[in-house]
Structures are given as structure tokens and as C-alpha cells.
Design a protein around this ligand. Structure first.
Ligand SMILES: [Zn+2]
Length: 271
């Protein structure tokens, strides 16, 4: 069984200290997949200075030289891997970036080229900002050859182009839902990779304020019973001491099993 960690929103506004505060005693146990924004535009959240909440100015990652130097070292020592997390992470009046931007194809292409060039590392995974993807956004990401790490995505034809694998995937998810006694409206994380013609998808368990260790252990044990894998997703900028304890205890729980491997998130997609 594979267990991975994804952390969102590393960008120009991130200080290396903010990452090491959360992961300094984690990334030696398990590599952390940093879902990184290449050209961040500010919005209202903890850790982004108020003057950038509305400024619409895009900040290339490299303008934070302290961060890119830290990332170089963390990548070289295999403590982190880098995923693409949107292009600017900006919110549009009618949706999130990969639902509403007029040019998702360009954003994926340019963002990918930029991160790969700046950090001299492979980037093979996309994390949608706010876990939100339109049909066109999904196609743009898949066409670029990226796998998607995110919450469960819809099978509605308005939300995804169907290919030869889609029907079988729909059936697998439907069968899993029935086997675990869930209604259509019940939220859950499907614990296996779903492979499509040009990409693959895997869902994550969120660690947000209020998430309990019991909830995550239940999700882990369910994935384990199903012969699946497990990925935890969080945001370094909202990880409190209490959340950090939940993360550590979950890793302790997982590490008790001899067959559990703590891996980089990219490895979840390995066949
Ligand atoms: Zn984000």
C-alpha cells in the first residue's frame, strides 16, 4: 500500500520557513508533493499580504529567490517533489482558474515549461486550484500529459470528454459506492487510480481545520481493505499545531503496517 502527502499553494508568497515549520520533521519520513503556482496572483488568505488581495499583479516564482534556492535543495535531497497547481491561482467572477480562465491550454503549457525550467525537475502531476476543473480545463491538463491529483471528479458528459476507459471507470466507482453502502450524494474518496486514455486521476483525503485523526484513519483503513492507496492533502498555511499532530499520528498509524510505503505522490500513478 502506498501513502503520499500533497501540500498546496507553494508560490511567490511562500517563505521557506513556512514550509519547514510544517514539514521539517515530516519530509525525511515521506517526500511531500508541493503543488506549486508558477505565476501567483494574490487573493484573500492567510499568508498573502493584504495589498496583494486585489492587486491582480502576477508574481513569478523566481522573484522569491530564497524560496527557489530552498526548493532546489529540497528537490535534490528528495524531500519534496513539485506538481503544477494552476498558473496564477486567480479566481474569476464566474469560477475558479481552471473552470473560468479563457486560455487553460496556454496556462498549462506555459506553467509547466516554467516550473520545469526554473526548478530543473520533472513535473508530471496537476492539482486543480480549489479542486475545480471544467471539461475544457480537464482536457487541457490531460492533453499536456499530466496526471491529476484531486478530489473525485464528475463523470457527467458536460464535465468530461468520454474516452474508451470512461465507462469502465464509471462502473468501478459505481460498484465501489454500492459495495460501501453509500448513496449517490455521499462524499467519498475512491482509493484506486482511475486511468483514462491520456492521463490518470487519484483522489485525496483533506486535512483541514477540524479534520480528526479518527476520520483520516477510517479513510486509510477503508482504502487498505479495498487494496487501494491513500493520499493526504493539506495547505501549509493553515496547518495548526493540532493539525500537525493529526498528520503525524496518521503517519505513525500507517507506518505500523509492514507493507505500507511512504512515497512521493507521483508514485501513486506508477503501474
Ligand atoms: Zn490552491
Amino acid at each position: 500500500m502506498k501513502v503520499a502527502i500533497r501540500d498546496d499553494d507553494t508560490c511567490y508568497f511562500t517563505s521557506p520557513d513556512a514550509l519547514s515549520r510544517v514539514y521539517g520533521d515530516v519530509w525525511d519520513r515521506i517526500p511531500v508533493c508541493l503543488a506549486t503556482v508558477p505565476f501567483a496572483i494574490g487573493y484573500q488568505r492567510v499568508g498573502i499580504p493584504r495589498e496583494h488581495w486585489q492587486s491582480s499583479e502576477a508574481f513569478p516564482l523566481e522573484r522569491n529567490a530564497e524560496l527557489t534556492a530552498a526548493l532546489d535543495e529540497l528537490i535534490a535531497s528528495r524531500r519534496v517533489t513539485v506538481a503544477l497547481h494552476g498558473y496564477s491561482h486567480q479566481d474569476f467572477p464566474d469560477g475558479f482558474e481552471f473552470q473560468a480562465a479563457p486560455d487553460p491550454e496556454r496556462r498549462v503549457g506555459d506553467g509547466l515549461r516554467y516550473l520545469r525550467g526554473l526548478l530543473r525537475t520533472d513535473v508530471s502531476v496537476f492539482v486543480p486550484p480549489h479542486n475545480a476543473l471544467s471539461k475544457r480545463g480537464l482536457s487541457a491538463v490531460a492533453s499536456a500529459g499530466l496526471d491529476i491529483l484531486g478530489s473525485f471528479l464528475s463523470f457527467r458528459p458536460s464535465m468530461r470528454a468520454w474516452d474508451a476507459s470512461t465507462l469502465a471507470n464509471w462502473w468501478r466507482v459505481r460498484r465501489y459506492r454500492a459495495a460501501t453502502g453509500r448513496a449517490k450524494s455521499d462524499r467519498f474518496v475512491y482509493p484506486h487510480v482511475l486511468r483514462y486514455a491520456d492521463h490518470a486521476e487519484f483522489g485525496c483525503h483533506s486535512l483541514v481545520p477540524g479534520t480528526t485523526l479518527e476520520e483520516l484513519v477510517a479513510g486509510f483503513e477503508e482504502a487498505r481493505r479495498a487494496g487501494g492507496d491513500f493520499c493526504l492533502a493539506t495547505h501549509y498555511w493553515e496547518v495548526s499545531d493540532a493539525m500537525k499532530q493529526v498528520m503525524l499520528r496518521l503517519l505513525d498509524h500507517a507506518a505500523r503496517y509492514a507493507d505500507v510505503r511512504l512515497v512521493a505522490a507521483e508514485e501513486l500513478f506508477a503501474s
